[in-house]
Write a protein that binds this ligand. Structure first.
Ligand code: GLU
Length: 457
């Protein structure tokens, strides 16, 4: 069977770099094996899920370079989950429970005081048909638990039952099904918790590899049991470490500025996000990777560390600069054209300014300086003005190239006796209005003699 992975966000907020890590791990894994990538919206919680978040997630993934082969919404698949429920009920492994949260809490305390593990004691399994009818007559509605296969004949005497899987990231894993409560799959109001829809879809959609955050490791034992109860072999699992903020706190969908949307609006390049999201917390060194193909080559889930990785937004800026400073014109040209940076001068302009950019949009300011002149006329001292006038009056004749600056400033140095900062800073200010920026040797030929002369103070 060919590889099929899925990224399964709940559309209850904007995705952040930690979610992007999961999406990219799946995407790169699929890329490497020529497999399919499913985008599955886990939107069974209709009250909290919003279409606008789903739309934004699709945009974010597209921006990152992820192209799902299939997109599904769990909210459109309730009939499938209902059928799975019937199958489990028929097999006698889904049973109704009527306890309230208070009752469960009281029982938990009793078990703890008796030094028993605080897991559900399956009391509801003992209810007779009459008792259940009486509870329902009182107006109680059942929630439904999945009977974990952790006993030989008597469900009230669970026995150690090991479930094993070879995790793509964490290596061999073992959980004991006797150490956990039978999970609730369906709530009192008939709504689904995450487990059943997830496993049902993973079966129905032919998912071969589940790659997700290690906050799901504890769910995996029960999910493997549920795959089997539904007549399917479980897929391969991989649980990657999570990213935390510099404070060590987990990232949340509410941390707006770290959302993919926020990073994009801040001018961070998609490959800067992808490089950091994939390489941080692995044995690979973090560096700016130019393309998804190259990132796929460097991606190895088994090289991921098992402990959480601290994510520092400042690192994104470093990667962003590195990408911009080496970005070929062909890669930037469409976005530059959108900003009105086009024509013969666009390519040499890009090569001249890219090394000074924090974000690609900053090129617009330099383009205005080159094509229209400095944003503000600098206020020169009389001495500097006299120096500049002498310098501008000595501009070499055209044609100009990137040697012109040196030729000109060598002559001005000789003529005026100025050197170093006293020579270069007034020239830079007169030409650009800024104290720092691209090499003037590169800018000068872009301006041409006439444009340059127009900047004579
Ligand atoms: N919707 C779940 C989450 O975002 C998906 C978990 C999974 O991949 O199984 O945590």
């Amino acid at each position: 069977m060919s590889t099929t992975v899925r990224f399964a966000p709940s559309p209850t907020g904007h995705i952040h770099i930690g979610n992007a890590r999961t999406a990219l791990f799946n995407w790169l894994f699929a890329q490497k094996s020529g497999g399919r990538f499913i985008l599955r919206f886990d939107d069974t919680d209709v009250a909290r899920s919003r279409q606008e978040y789903a739309d934004q997630i699709q945009k974010d993934l597209h921006w990152l370079g992820i192209r799902p082969d299939v997109t599904v919404h769990q909210s459109a698949r309730f009939a499938t989950y209902d059928a799975a429920v019937e199958k489990l009920k028929a097999a006698g492994v889904l049973y109704p429970c009527y306890e309230t949260a208070d009752e469960l809490e009281r029982r938990r305390k009793v078990r703890l005081s008796r030094r028993l593990p605080p897991i559900y004691g399956r009391e509801a399994l003992k209810l007779t048909t009459e008792e259940k009818a009486a509870l329902e007559a009182e107006g109680r509605k059942p929630h439904w638990r999945f009977l974990l296969p952790n006993f030989a004949a008597d469900p009230f005497r669970p026995e150690r039952t090991e479930v094993h899987w070879d995790d793509l990231v964490r290596g061999p894993q073992t959980v004991d099904l006797a150490s956990m409560s039978d999970p609730v799959l369906v709530r009192e109001d008939g709504t689904y918790l995450y487990t059943l829809p997830s496993v049902t879809d993973d079966i129905e959609l032919g998912v071969t590899h589940i790659i997700r955050g290690d906050d799901h490791v504890t769910n995996t034992g029960a999910q493997i049991a549920l795959f089997r109860a539904l007549g399917a072999e479980p897929p391969v699992f991989g649980h990657h470490n999570l990213l935390t903020a510099a404070s060590g706190e987990g990232l949340s969908k509410r941390s707006g500025s770290l959302s993919i949307k926020g990073l994009r609006e801040d001018g961070i390049e998609p490959m800067a996000v992808a490089s950091l999201a994939v390489l941080i917390g692995t044995s690979e060194s973090v560096s700016a990777v130019r393309s998804m193909t190259e990132l796929a080559q460097r991606f190895d889930p088994a090289a991921t560390s098992k402990s959480a990785a601290k994510f520092d937004p400042a690192e994104l800026r470093v990667l962003n600069r590195a990408l911009l400073h080496a970005m070929p014109y062909a890669e930037a040209c469409d976005r530059l054209a959108e900003m009105g940076i086009a024509g013969d001068r666009a390519a040499p302009f890009w090569l001249a300014v890219r090394g000074n950019l924090e974000r690609l949009d900053d090129a617009a300011g330099w383009w205005r300086i080159v094509t229209q002149g400095p944003e503000m006329k600098p206020d020169f001292s009389d001495e500097d003005r006299a120096f500049l006038r002498a310098a501008f009056d000595d501009l070499p004749p055209e044609p100009w190239d990137n040697m012109t600056w040196k030729v000109w400033t060598d002559r001005v140095k000789e003529l005026t006796g100025r050197k170093g900062r006293a020579l270069f800073m007034p020239l830079r200010l007169a030409l650009t209005g800024r104290e720092s920026g691209p090499e003037l040797a590169d800018l000068l030929p872009l301006l041409g003699r006439e444009e340059t002369l127009a900047r004579r103070p």
